[in-house]
Design a protein around this ligand. Structure first.
Ligand SMILES: [Zn+2]
Length: 288
């Protein structure tokens, strides 16, 4: 039987998605880097003079050409969280379009990279967004979720409506630990665990939404040990959001059954055939 696998022949994928770009991102990234995990950071280009990036002597970091910020986020994905974090549901068509366009442009200038992901401020699901995002080269939109609706490990049919798994506080609970173990045992096709949150929740114990944490105080220690637990597994692809979106989009262009594999894309695709991992090189078709 032919079964699709993630890049590198991995059975499952883990990714993280963190919003708002606050100084606590620095410590969070140190944890991700320590365990070789990959994350996506959704930032607001228009808040570049906001205290969120205030330096020790009270000045603001300039994003354009700011090597310090580029170095800090290096190895992770930068994605859009709108230009000034206004709620999409409260904006006119024109302002909503501007919030996306200006953010994509500011972030790509500041980080010298293309921007292909988006997470909506306050998790607003605005039906105008998918079209506007596409016009601006965005290939996926990450939603937020209420915990009773975000349990499956399956990837969305439409990446412009990508629902993550529960907020990062959830995995401190007994139910959350069970959820992770279910993920590691999941034998579905291409299961993905996407954990989202805000770095500052790890140190601002009363930040918005603090009730999610059920009084947990040593949050940095908790998150470090969660990352350690998730890391270093041979069957997991640790990837940024866009890498998963792009790989799976390509996989969906492939044709295969128990007799052949046809990979019409520019990227190598991986499959499991009766327990054996094989790679289908770009633009090949062969019998199995
Ligand atoms: Zn936000």
């Amino acid at each position: 039987m032919v079964k699709p696998l993630f890049k590198g022949g991995k059975a499952r994928a883990i990714t993280f998605s963190f919003d708002d770009g606050k100084p606590a991102d620095k410590r969070l990234i140190e944890i991700f880097n320590k365990y070789s995990l990959k994350a996506t950071f959704n930032l607001n280009g228009g808040r570049c003079r906001n205290p969120q990036f205030q330096t020790k002597n009270g000045e603001y970091n300039e994003w354009n050409g700011s090597k310090e910020l580029q170095d800090m986020y290096k190895g992770h994905e930068i994605a859009s969280h709108s230009y000034t974090h206004k709620r999409p549901n409260e904006l006119s068509d024109e302002d909503l379009r501007l919030e996306v366009r200006k953010d994509v442009s500011a972030l790509s200038r500041a980080f010298g990279t293309e921007i292909h992901g988006y997470a909506s401020p306050q998790g607003d699901r605005d039906e105008r967004l998918p079209k506007i995002l596409k016009e601006n080269g965005i290939r996926y939109q990450r939603y937020t979720c209420r915990e009773d609706t975000c349990k499956p490990f399956s990837l969305p049919d439409d990446f412009l409506k990508w629902q993550p798994n529960p907020h990062f506080s959830f995995y401190a609970t007994k139910e959350g630990k069970r959820f992770i173990n279910d993920f590691f045992e999941c034998s579905d096709s291409l299961p993905c665990l996407m954990i989202w949150g805000h770095s500052y929740e790890l140190e601002e114990l009363n930040a918005k939404g603090f009730e999610r944490w059920n009084g947990l105080e040593k949050r940095w220690e908790y998150f470090d040990s969660l990352c350690e637990y998730l890391s270093g597994r041979a069957d997991v692809w640790y990837a940024a959001n866009i890498e998963i979106c792009d790989y799976v989009t390509n996989m969906r262009k492939a044709h295969f059954d128990d007799t052949y594999i046809d990979n019409p894309t520019d990227t190598p695709l991986y499959f499991d055939i009766d327990g054996k991992t094989i790679v289908a090189p770009p633009h090949t078709r062969f019998g199995v």
